[in-house]
Design a protein around this ligand. Structure first.
Ligand code: PHE
Length: 441
């Protein structure tokens, strides 16, 4: 068997992981989830979820990946706990399903880049969305998006993923800073910032049962946790650097990008009076495209915005494809290119359903059901089953003392599972309610 690949540098790993984390979740979902869940009140809960639950959970995935040097499915067997394979398999399946609809939304982004060039959505925001979001155009754009994703993954860990993300992440950061600065010049900036940044705590109290699962789901999704992706990425680590250090950088950069996206989006929404619109999959595209039609230089700004979104989406979709690809490449002696094309092709076919209007169904199923189950399983595994190995691996290459690793262990044993069980319960109620009320069909 060919030797397993590794990242060429520590920074290469960090860029790739940040690339996975920074995606549609940060720039598309985050500002709109925040807007529709009460603004700053949601932001507070979301930040708590990211740092208190997301950060320690990322360490679980890193520990499993680096210790086993295997994909998320084989990792458990490799560590000597074959019974727990289901924990990783759930995540890899979630990756595959997510790839299928993520690519459809990625296709929308491509159509909006085209629309920025032609001016197609200016003055006709909802009509344009209707035209590109489902049907043959959506299928075609979805095909193009997944083909680019396959192309990058086929080149491999270092020559494909690492090289692509090393270029895309700095580009995203620079362009977003520019967009946020431009947002500051809009007449709605002050009103936008105030809704975004001054929390009204009574909003949290009265919307607890929707804010908590939304914030937790968003935290897992944005950090790419529960998909086996971070296990796969950490399995390509060649040396033992500090996992808590790497993880802190990744979580902070991911948060910075989401916050910056808010600084770009809220002034635009406030300037066009669309601050508290609802958040269907399409509202974000319609609201923003509508706003770009009304502000000065909107077409240019729109172009830049959608290019940023495309980079973010691609640097995430490659990780969604890598999780199942690494499983097949590790477990059979098959050529990576063939595997990437094969899995990408099947995801393309599955994505035809969301390309005909079922993005919401796919999204909510993964968000509300699969992610919490996958995270719960890996947390129980690391906390109660492979706890010695987990603590030992966490300590390797880091300056954390025994006190800190013990706190982490108990946090993973008790706090993370409780938080996830509450989220899962609320998520099942939410998803079940939507199914029964026919919201998806
Ligand atoms: N984190 C990505 C985002 O915020 C989505 C993603 C989830 C990517 C899981 C890879 C794995 O858009």
């Amino acid at each position: 068997m060919a030797q397993r690949e590794t990242w060429t540098t520590r920074a290469g790993f960090i860029f790739a992981a940040v690339g996975s984390a920074v995606g549609l979740g940060n720039i598309w979902s985050f500002p709109f989830q925040t807007a529709s869940n009460g603004g700053a009140a949601f932001l507070v809960v979301y930040l708590l979820a990211v740092f208190l639950i997301g950060f320690p959970t990322m360490l679980i995935e890193f520990v499993i990946g680096r210790r086993s040097k295997q994909n998320a499915v084989s990792a458990f067997e490799e560590l000597g706990y074959g019974n727990w394979t289901i924990a990783g398999a759930t995540g890899v399946l979630a990756s595959f399903i997510t790839l299928s609809f993520y690519s459809v939304v990625g296709g929308w982004v491509i159509s909006y880049i085209v629309g920025s060039v032609t001016g197609g959505y200016l003055g006709n925001a909802s009509g344009y969305f209707g035209g590109v979001s489902s049907g043959l155009i959506a299928v075609g754009a979805h095909a193009l998006f997944i083909a680019i994703t396959i192309g990058i993954v086929a080149f491999g860990v270092a020559d494909g993923i690492e090289r692509a993300t090393k270029f895309m992440i700095p580009a995203i950061l620079v362009l977003l800073v520019g967009l946020a600065a431009w947002g500051a010049t809009l007449p709605g900036a002050a009103a936008g910032y105030s809704y975004y940044l001054s929390p009204d705590f009574s909003v949290i109290a009265s919307n607890f049962s929707s804010i908590v699962p939304n914030a937790m789901g968003q935290a897992f999704f944005t950090l790419s946790l529960g998909f086996g992706v971070m296990i796969a990425y950490a399995s390509y680590l060649g040396r033992d650097d500090s996992l808590p250090g790497d993880s802190a950088i990744i979580v902070i950069l991911n948060t910075v990008v989401a916050l910056l996206a808010g600084f770009a989006v809220f002034p635009i929404l406030a300037a066009t009076d669309t601050l508290t619109g609802s958040t269907g999959a399409g509202t974000a595209f319609i609201a923003l495209a509508g706003a770009f039609g009304q502000v000065p230089a909107g077409q240019v700004i729109g172009f830049v915005f959608f290019v940023v979104l495309l980079f973010a989406a691609l640097s995430s979709s490659i990780s969604l494809l890598e999780a199942p690809t690494s499983y097949i490449v590790d477990s059979r002696d098959t050529d990576r290119r063939t595997v990437a094309v094969g899995i990408g092709a099947v995801a393309f076919v599955l994505g035809i359903a969301p390309a005909y209007g079922y993005v919401g169904l796919f999204n909510d199923f993964v968000f509300n059901i699969m992610l919490p189950i996958a995270v719960l399983l890996i947390a129980l595994f690391a906390g109660w089953v492979a706890n010695r190995e987990a603590v030992d691996e966490l300590g390797r290459g880091s300056t954390l003392g025994e006190g800190a690793t013990t706190v982490w262990l108990w946090w993973v044993r008790i706090v993370v599972p409780i938080a996830v069980i509450v989220t899962l319960y609320l998520g099942v109620m939410n998803f079940g309610g939507n199914l029964l009320s026919g919201a998806y069909f």
